[in-house]
Design a protein around this ligand. Structure first.
Ligand SMILES: *Cc1c(COP(=O)(O)O)cnc(C)c1O
Ligand SMILES: [Zn+2]
Length: 417
């Protein structure tokens, strides 16, 4: 059952009949990113509070009637979504904030939120009869696509910038992708993938271009809402690269608002690194988006030319949210804090959301009596080299108790009597 009504172009605002094989607006070209609109009147009759009470599927396909895919093949797929939302044990005390929740997206099959988009991409490719899918990625979209395509018997051709972290690169190779490591930055990588996709006619999983993928990403918001029994936090924080994730988060809440399951969309906090902050720069200077340098350890959000600018800017604006930039040092400090305070290990772009929340608290954008959900988008094991920068190396000890005692007592970590 599909409740899709039509496409709408985010640039010229014209509507178009839905066609799964049309990706961008025919009038605007590649910049004319399309949004899928639903018939909420009809959807509301089907998706109400009882729908969720009776639903026995605990992956992202739980939201099937709200998604632009057919219910085929999902039983053969790896389990995407259904990730935990934790109330913080310690962070909210440390940060003097009323309530903090953490959505751990690092527990998806390929260890990032990107699986929610890749699941959709793989199903759409199968629906349209493709045998090869391609994308360019700073890392996670690629490793995620490679993962789910492998499971479903599709070939993948992946373009990554040469700086992609080793964990993500290894994932690609293990999942059996044809990996093209581009001697250039993400922008160069994206452009080469575009040329190749046109040349060879592969299925396009570039997230901004393909309007189905934001629909997959929105399931993270649907889950958060359900996990909070539709009583959302004041803020939801997420890091931003191309802008598809935050656009997806907004879309999920927007759907729930149309279905009258929530009363208000939470304020979205879009977080970027000061080393690559085109959205934040545009927001602070009230200027159009300009290309930015790509100079941050948070590789997943190191996107100099965001591909989904309109949807991302609208998401923050319409939710009455804010944009914020944090330094790489703040990211590393947050990585250590999230790990040692909550037992959750995130990659730099994942913990950037926490760093953003801390900065927003400091600058009084987030108030003490407000509540926050942090979307931790990717697992820390993907990027061990940057994690190493967040911590001190352990002390080496000879395997003798006397030596050990010296170290433990020197550090003042004496055993309690
Ligand atoms: C892709 C990604 C993001 C940002 O998503 P965009 O759609 O590019 O804005 C954030 N964190 C992680 C871990 C990611 O992989
Ligand atoms: Zn258009």
């Amino acid at each position: 059952m599909s409740f899709i009504k039509q496409y709408r172009c985010t640039l010229c605002n014209q509507t178009l009949d839905y066609d799964k094989d049309i990706m961008t607006c025919p009038s605007c070209g590649e910049k004319g990113i399309l949004d899928i609109e639903y018939d909420y009147e009809a959807m509301r009759k089907f998706v109400d509070i009882n729908y969720f009470k009776q639903q026995e599927e605990f992956t992202m396909w739980r939201y099937m009637p709200m998604l632009p895919v057919e219910k085929t093949h999902i039983d053969q797929m790896l389990k995407i979504g259904g990730t935990p939302l934790y109330r913080s044990n310690n962070l909210e005390k440390e940060l003097h904030i009323k309530k903090i929740y953490i959505k751990d997206e690092g527990l998806n099959p390929s260890a990032s939120l990107k699986d929610r988009a890749s699941g959709i991409a793989v199903l759409k490719a199968i629906e349209s009869g493709y045998d090869t899918i391609s994308c360019s990625s700073t890392g996670n979209a690629a490793s995620s696509l490679a993962c789910h395509a492998a499971r479903m018997g599709l070939k993948t051709v992946i373009f990554v910038p040469k700086r992609a972290p080793v964990g993500k690169l290894n994932q690609l190779l293990i999942y059996g992708s044809k990996v093209i490591s581009v001697d250039g930055d993400y922008k160069d990588t994206f452009n080469l993938s575009k040329l190749a996709i046109n040349e060879y006619g592969w299925y396009n999983r570039n997230a901004a271009i393909n309007p189905h993928l934001v629909e997959g990403k929105k399931t993270v918001a649907l889950e958060i809402a359900e996990q909070l029994k539709f009583r959302l936090t004041d803020w939801v924080a997420v890091s931003v690269g191309d802008g598809c994730t935050i656009a997806g988060v907004y879309k999920g809440f927007y759907d729930l608002l149309q279905l009258k399951l929530i009363k208000k969309i939470p304020k979205l906090l879009g977080v970027q690194s000061t080393g690559c902050s085109p959205f934040v720069d545009a927001y602070i200077n009230s200027k159009p988006l300009k290309e930015a340098m790509e100079n941050t350890i948070a590789d997943s959000i190191s996107v100099g030319i965001p591909r989904n600018p309109v949807k991302a800017i609208q998401a923050v604006k319409k939710s009455s949210g804010a944009w914020i930039a944090i330094t790489d040092e703040q990211i590393l400090q947050s990585m250590k804090q999230l790990g040692s305070s909550e037992g959750i290990f995130g990659e730099p772009a994942g913990v950037a959301a926490l760093a953003g929340v801390k900065e927003a608290i400091k600058t009084k954008i987030i108030k003490e009596n407000e509540t926050v959900t942090i979307i931790m988008t990717g697992n820390g094991l993907k990027d061990p080299l940057n994690a190493q920068k967040a911590v001190k190396a352990p002390t080496l000890v000879k395997p003798r108790l006397e030596d050990l005692k010296q170290i433990i007592e020197e550090k003042g970590e004496k055993r309690h009597a």
